[in-house]
Design a protein around this ligand. Sequence first.
Ligand code: NAD
Ligand code: ZN
Ligand code: ZN
Length: 340
Amino acid sequence: MAKKMMASVVRDFAEPIQIEEVDIPEPGKGQVRVKIEASGICHTDIHAAHGDWPIKPKLPLIPGHEGVGIIEGVGKEVQGFKEGDRVVLPWLGYACGVCDYCNSGWETLCEQQLNTGYTIDGTHAEYALGYTKSIVKVPDNVNPLDAAPLTCAGVTTYKAVKISGARPANLVAIFGIGGLGHLALQYAKIAGATVVAVDLHDEKLELAKELGADYTVNASTHNPVEEIKKLGGADAAISLAVAPKAFEQAYQSLRRGGRIVFVALPADNHVQLPIFETVLNGIQVVGSIVGTRTDLEETMQLHALGRTKVIHETRHLHQVQKAFEEVEKAQAKARLVLQF
Ligand code: NAD
Ligand code: ZN
Ligand code: ZN
């Protein structure tokens, strides 16, 4: 009989997530089994548990794609990884490796991709499987509790800042200072930009200041468009707030020639943007989805060099439902990380 583990399981989008005893998975070809030490809660896990998006996850589902742990089982045809290695399991759980996208450094667009904690079981469990094509080793001096948020919040915003084209003389607006935002602003600072952080909660904005934001705007008391226009308008805006209204404000806060990067994925899937102003002002609207394996390695390296700070609080696996509610109400400090 297969050995058992504790896991968080979504069985129905309308029901709270359950903690269940399930079989420990066996690694197949090209896979390893990882004993999870830490697993960050991304807002995406909540969208998955609610079935918020046009493409639904598998059910039943073990969510989680910021998993960190130690390899303790190796499948067939595994190269470059061995038992005892500390690795992370990201959202991009598998990419084919042979399509045009995979071969041009855009494996995040691979049509054959599998997504951890969405189309395959994820890391909010004592054990999880990872394809060695997609996992990344954790540098020795990176703490697993820091590595977890870097595995999605970090790599996604590292990539989004690259996509934004942020440069030293630029003003970059970060909308939403949650798990993603608290790292996005640090990458924008590393790129040399001046950063304005926007959120609805003062505690989030105080954290943004501590992490290096030059300006902050509380969008529940001030109009972020007016405040950012007073600063000359944003060269780039990165949209991380789970609200279409924040996307529209981020768009309106741009100066001519500016670029908005869509990253958040609110359940309400549409925004209204004007055609005329987009054309005349030469505005660019671009989507950004997580980051490649190379982006993830770079994200880990930057942290190993001491250039980023990860802010997290821990919760036990048994508190996962309550932790989801804390994130939804924006009560969590930056990132919550599950421990086992
Ligand atoms: P989070 O809940 O930790 O953070 C969201 C933040 O936005 C909170 O601080 C909240 O107070 C703030 N906010 C909400 N409404 C706002 C508004 N109107 N104006 C300004 N701020 C507002 O969420 P997260 O884990 O950082 O994820 C953010 C979004 O990004 C989610 O939709 C998630 O699914 C998505 N995501 C996308 C990718 C990608 O690759 N594109 C990767 C990871 C997460
Ligand atoms: Zn995520
Ligand atoms: Zn591919």
